[in-house]
Design a binder for this molecule. Structure first.
Ligand code: GRF
Length: 183
């Protein structure tokens, strides 16, 4: 069966949902210490932490090549980013073409980038949602695998709206990954 790595940088609640849904995970990879890494360790999933530097000294290309080495060492076939916050250099998409997927909290191509939930609120969107897509060198781009709409409610804050979106993400991402892995 294809070997899956999940990449995290934050709370890891979607990773938690994958584990609960019995998605077979061979590696959890993080770019910083985070709760997602702790969740993986508690579930006895192999982990790798490759801390990145922030700011102008960050060598994105060198960092990405180190990540590729780790993925190769673990013989990974598919990478699912789940709240992973480092943008890979283009070399990643040459090595792992069509083998990296991402989940983004908006209906792409609307509201790309790190502030997708806040941007939907500022714009006054009445409907937003989540998108699972193949990752490419362009941020929040690439072929869409699945989408689901989520309503924006009066009085929503970034936190309440993001949590409503995440409730959907915790269901649809495990389902989509299982389809891709054919399990
Ligand atoms: C999700 O909303 C996902 O769409 C975005 O980052 C969030 C991750 O949440 N890319 P968590 O860390 O799994 O709780």
């Amino acid at each position: 069966m294809a070997k899956l790595a999940v990449a995290v940088s934050g709370a890891g609640s979607i990773l938690e949902a994958m584990i609960a849904a019995k998605v077979p995970i061979s590696l959890v990879f993080a770019d910083r210490p985070c709760r997602g890494l702790e969740i993986a360790k508690a579930a006895n999933i192999p982990t790798e932490l490759l801390p990145r530097v922030f700011g102008k000294d960050f060598d994105r290309d060198a960092y990405t090549r180190e990540v590729i080495k780790i993925l190769n060492q673990h013989k990974i076939d598919l990478v699912a980013m789940a709240g992973y916050m480092t943008v890979f250099a283009p070399v990643m998409f040459e090595s792992y073409a069509n083998k990296i997927i991402n989940i983004h909290p908006s209906l792409l191509p609307s509201f790309k980038g790190d502030h997708a939930v806040a941007d939907a609120l500022v714009f006054g969107a009445k409907v937003t949602g989540t998108t699972i897509h193949f990752a490419t060198a362009a941020l929040d781009d690439g072929q869409i695998i699945a989408q689901e709409a989520v309503p924006v409610m009066p009085g929503d804050t970034v936190e309440t709206l993001h949590e409503r979106i995440k409730q959907v993400e915790r269901r649809v991402y495990p389902e989509a990954i299982k389809r891709l892995l054919e399990v």
